[in-house]
Design a protein around this ligand. Structure first.
Ligand code: GDP
Ligand code: MG
Length: 405
């Protein structure tokens, strides 16, 4: 008798409905040494046409203040204010104010999806997409999706994503890997200063009011954030995600978010062809993935010299970034990024079947390996807070009351 083992990997069942794909076995499952499912990440497996990606629309926003307190409005949004084009050009000292005017966010506080869940709780009744849209959606941070997009090309850092299904909706929340935690706790002083310099650049380029001027004399407080909440869809996966937005350009051709948003980045000044090639292959992939997801059209880069001064600026339109590696054998391909992300989301949808906010499927990935899964209950991996679960459970439409005789 021939025993057919279930397929070891789960490729994207493109065009098939969620849950429609089942591992095929012709023996009772409990008699088979069935291998744990996993998902490969090799780029070659995900080439092919670019998948459907709905034009992201902003459905809301929220702000976090200097004390990291949530506000359901856009008060933390800043306004793009580059130096005048006719003037002398930038000369921003990114080290100014470090460390005395630096208030870094406490990275020991694990926020999970909490701020996004707060927004969702406050707006669940007003979501577009028709009744039941949320029940079919995936809710996560933009940053988590960025990591998925770049996974087929990532050779340094792994990730872990915790997944729970609750009232149909799939929630994805990153878990800091032990390696990432160790690296963070041992972060060298030069790296801490480099992080500050990225935020300092934002301060030189942004004003608090439209048409206003930047004020680099103040503090850099990384608790403050403006987050856009977006709706999109990748293949058959409806998405609701939020991402931090650096600023809006009051002079942008379209004043409608996210088309008016600008992402600010710093990078080392480059001199050789080889330095530019490497920048296109590695950094531009991350910049593209981060800004493509929410539909942010432009990334403005400041290039810093060895003394830590920004002396030049360059705008990279998100939709043109791929052109820099299109003819590069060692470049990246947006189709591979998006096809892998769609395959991963299908893999998660097919794996997390049970609806239970206390049940966690932990998806783990290390470079040069497939994505693997482990199952957990409650602490330490459960991430949907009881205030959210309880409020969402109470607000369910109640069944019609039948009067008892
Ligand atoms: P990004 O794309 O990686 O910048 O992340 P998002 O835009 O998706 O940000 C989601 C939330 O996580 C926001 O509230 C950010 O302020 C916060 N956040 C972003 N990066 C980090 C980080 O490196 N560490 C911590 N603790 N929070 C972060
Ligand atoms: Mg930025």
């Amino acid at each position: 008798m021939k025993i057919v083992f279930p397929s070891q990997t789960c490729m994207e069942p493109r065009g098939t409905k969620r849950g429609a794909e089942k591992l095929e076995v012709d023996e009772p499952r409990n008699k088979l040494p069935h291998p744990a499912p996993s998902l490969p990440t090799d780029p070659a497996l995900y080439s092919g046409p670019f998948p459907f990606y709905r034009r992201p629309s902003e459905i809301g926003c929220f702000s976090l203040d200097a004390q990291r307190q949530y506000h359901g409005d856009g008060r933390a949004l800043r306004y793009y204010s580059p130096p005048p084009i006719n003037g002398p050009g930038p000369n921003f000292d990114l080290r100014d104010g470090y460390p005395d005017r630096y208030q870094p966010r406490d990275e020991e506080i694990r926020e999970g999806l909490d701020h996004l869940l707060r927004w969702l709780l406050d707006h669940q009744g007003q979501l577009e997409g028709g009744p039941g849209w949320l029940a079919g959606a995936i809710v996560t941070w933009r940053g988590h999706l960025t990591k998925l997009l770049t996974t087929p090309y990532e050779r340094q850092e792994g990730w872990q994503l915790a997944a729970s299904r609750f009232q149909g909706t799939l929630y994805l929340s990153e878990v800091e890997t032990p390696a990432a935690r160790a690296q963070r706790l041992a972060r060298p002083p030069v790296l801490r200063e480099l992080m500050y310099m990225g935020y300092k650049f934002e301060q030189y380029m942004c004003a608090d009011k439209p048409g206003g001027s930047p004020d680099p004399s103040g503090e850099v407080n990384t608790n403050v954030a403006f987050c856009s909440v977006l709706r999109s869809r990748l293949g058959n996966h409806p998405l609701l995600f939020s991402g931090e937005v650096d600023c809006t350009d009051p002079q942008a051709p379209s004043t409608q978010p996210p088309a008016c948003y600008v992402e600010l980045k710093t990078s080392k000044e480059m001199h050789s062809h080889g330095q530019w090639r490497s920048f296109y292959r590695h950094k531009l992939l991350k910049w593209w993935a981060q800004s493509f997801l929410p539909g942010v059209p432009n990334v403005v880069a400041g290039f810093r010299n060895p003394e830590g001064f920004i002396c030049s600026l360059k705008t990279f339109p998100t939709m043109e970034m791929f052109e820099n590696v299109r003819n590069d054998r060692d470049g990246w391909n947006p189709s591979v990024c998006m096809n892998f992300c769609a395959a991963f989301l299908s893999f998660v949808q097919n794996t997390v079947v049970e609806d239970d906010p206390r049940l966690i499927h932990l998806f783990s990935w290390e470079p040069r390996s497939p994505v693997t899964v482990s199952v957990h209950q409650d602490a330490p991996y459960a991430f949907l807070p009881s205030w959210y679960v309880e409020a969402m459970s109470q607000d369910l439409p109640s069944p019609p009351k039948i009067p008892t005789p």
